[in-house]
Design a protein. Sequence first.
Lengths: 197, 82
Amino acid sequence: MPKQPQTPSSAPDTWLTEHGDALYRYAYFHVHNTNLAEDLVQETLLAALIARENFAGHSSERTWLIAILKNKLVDHVRKQAREQPLAEYAENEDEAVEALFAADGHWKRPPSLWETPAQAFEQKQFWQVLTRCIARLPVAQAHAFRLCEIVGREGNEACKVLGVSATNLWVLLHRARVRLRQCLEIQWFGRKAKVER
Amino acid sequence: MLSCKEVTRLVSLSYEKRLSWPERAGVRMHLLMCRFCTRFAQQMRFLHAACHSFQQALQEDDTIYLSQAARLRIHHALSGNH
């Protein structure tokens, strides 16, 4: 059989079987809603069907499908940000972040020492804890963090999608990191962290 | 001398853009003397690396999967289109 390098190796029928769960997991992480995540998987596969000829074969089929899903997720965030403007969240203070420092800017609640952080990556539960910590972020921070750090969009694009200025985006990302650091410290490193001053 | 609060902000900002020379120098000086901010900076590196590996880890979490009903529905939607 002659090979067709411009089309994915397997037929669309097998996409669902082979990549359905992976796509769903990725979508679910971002939207935390079963129906919405299922719809996004369906939209992704329909879009892939139409764009099949554009698959260049440079990446794996899975990577190609995830890239399409990422575009769908970004569209979804854009729509949400239009309905609920996010800029004001960056302009108001975040008390959880403010509470870490004294009035003179010194640590009031300094970071603990994390033991063997590298081993965390190998443990399934770690990723579940990180997922939970991200889900607990205030909505504007969660959008900004997922878009820039997980989906991997550039700052300029993230600003347009979220409808915020670059300064606002930086504020949101900083707060998200500070909160995530704290959440991981309590939820994951908590038992191991040494309290020292 | 930069405060700890200011240093944490700049450490975080360095993931978005290149800091100015005075900012970089200020952060470096502060980190030499402050173990808490050094810790913070290390933990930011950890978080950044974790996010990098996250996509792969997410796809392998077998506690989350498409329901049979959703699978069928999507299958029908796909077969109606080609």
